[in-house]
Design a protein around this ligand. Structure first.
Ligand code: GLU
Length: 444
């Protein structure tokens, strides 16, 4: 069998790792780059220290409860057999079944998935939905696969993780480079063993097989709701504001659409190829049509080209990083001119950058609040699947708004009371809820 370069793993096939070690990962040596997981732990520790959190609770929450690591072959269209690696990390299920997306990306690592699963625990707690946190990923560039190869890869991965997922155990959803079609394959694969048409095993499905109206646009919708709430508290008139959005994928594009509806003038957009700036405003429809035609947002008629880095430092009121992680660091945080940052992506800001922004008086709506509209609508989809009763787009939208407004109010209040930034406020609020559930269940 041919081993696909960069996908070689020393881990045993389908190894089920229970996290039993009492020790943290070895300390980082000089010059080693921080991982997403280091970042997640640092964010957690800041809140845990302020809360004077019970050390036993800390020990439990610092690590995922279970990580499944799988290596699996996929037969390519040309007959070659390539070996891929994937993970599912289940961080905590004190508040309900594990919940979180699955991403297909060449940079997926076990550390990244661990961090993302921890963020899901806090995200669900902040949103007040009855789920714990999980995340999965396959180390693959899906853009290099044919549709048939992608389907085989999706089905193989899901069949391997099927032993730990289920409608009341762990419910996956789309994430970076996975979508409703991927979820349809997942659900169908799962149905081969569970013969009950288990719609509720994944969310973010196509409408025809139990998806929810409003799920596709939900994360972007949620970003816009949190920006509107923040603007109300900060007494910002959104109709007089400008905004730059990094990433024109599922989150960034819908955030653009809803922010525009709220009266915000979007002046810059970007995708992985680069960005476009138009000082007198970019309409959602115009960039969506251009992207559809050309495959990217570059050379949008009438725009100036800008890089993704330049976009972050533009003189705008609102900045929405909605692409990948780790884009706002201690190196560029000082140059950010926006007064309000809403994290559409997961983990775009490093902890040192958080401090710099807070000192500058920038209000940052953290990922676990700003992008929680996606998982909140996943919850609404799951509820509809379980009751076999489907809501109109208006009903879904109304419920989502209620969830997001409450989450925003709780986080705002907690950060004001503790005189901390909104990220630490969100952590204090979320950790408090998870801890209460663990205690009442008798885990500690
Ligand atoms: N992948 C999304 C997130 O990071 C949605 C997860 C879900 O719906 O379960 O929040």
């Amino acid at each position: 069998m041919e081993i696909f370069p960069g996908r070689v793993s020393n881990l045993e096939d389908c190894l089920l790792l229970e996290t039993t070690s009492k020790h943290e990962a070895a300390p980082m040596s000089m010059g080693m780059q921080k991982t997403q997981y280091d970042m997640a732990l640092e964010q957690f520790q800041r809140a845990a220290d302020i809360m004077k959190l019970d050390p036993n609770v800390q020990e439990i929450l610092r690590k995922p409860r279970r990580i499944l690591s799988v290596n699996f072959p996929v037969k390519m269209d040309d007959g070659r057999i390539l070996l891929y690696q994937g993970f599912r990390s289940q961080h905590n299920n004190a508040l309900g079944p594990y919940k979180g997306g699955i991403r297909f990306h060449p940079n997926v690592t076990i550390d990244e998935v661990k961090a993302l699963s921890m963020w899901m625990t806090w995200k669900c707690a902040v949103a007040g939905i009855p789920f714990g946190g999980a995340k999965g990923g396959v180390t693959v560039n899906p853009k290099g696969l044919s549709r048939a190869e992608l389907e085989k890869l999706s089905r193989s991965f899901f069949s391997l993780i099927s032993e730990i997922v289920g409608p009341f155990r762990d419910i996956p959803a789309p994430d970076v480079y996975t979508d409703s079609q991927t979820m349809a394959w997942f659900m169908d694969e799962y149905s081969k063993n569970d013969r009950n048409n288990p719609f509720a095993v994944v969310t973010g499905k196509p409408l025809i097989i139990g998806g929810s109206l409003g799920r596709d646009s939900a994360t972007g919708r949620g970003v816009s709701v949190t920006v509107e709430e923040a603007a109300r508290h900060l007494k910002m008139d959104l109709k007089k504001t400008t905004c730059a959005i990094q990433g024109f994928g599922n989150v960034g594009s819908y955030a653009h659409m809803f922010l525009e509806e709220a009266g915000v003038k979007v002046v810059a957009v970007s995708d992985s190829k680069g960005g476009a700036l138009k000082k007198n405003g970019i309409w959602f429809n115009e960039v969506a049509a251009h992207k559809k035609k050309t495959g990217n947002v570059l050379s949008l008629p009438g725009s100036e080209p800008i890089t993704n880095e330049e976009l972050l430092e533009l003189d705008v009121d609102i900045l929405v990083p909605a692409a990948l992680e780790d884009v706002i660091t201690d190196e560029n945080a000082g140059k950010i001119r926006a007064k309000l940052v809403a994290e559409g992506a997961n983990g775009p800001t490093a902890p040192e950058a958080d401090d710099i922004l807070f000192k500058k008086g920038v209000t940052l709506i953290p990922d676990i609040l700003a992008n929680s509209g996606g998982v909140s609508t996943s919850y609404l989809e799951w509820v509809q699947n379980l009751q076999h009763l489907y809501w109109s787009a208006e009903e879904v939208d109304q419920r989502l708004k209620t969830i997001m407004k409450k989450a925003f109010a709780e986080v705002w209040k907690t950060s004001q009371e503790n005189n901390v930034n909104m990220r630490t406020g969100a952590y204090i609020y979320a950790i408090g809820k998870v801890t209460e559930a663990m205690k009442i269940r008798g885990w500690v």
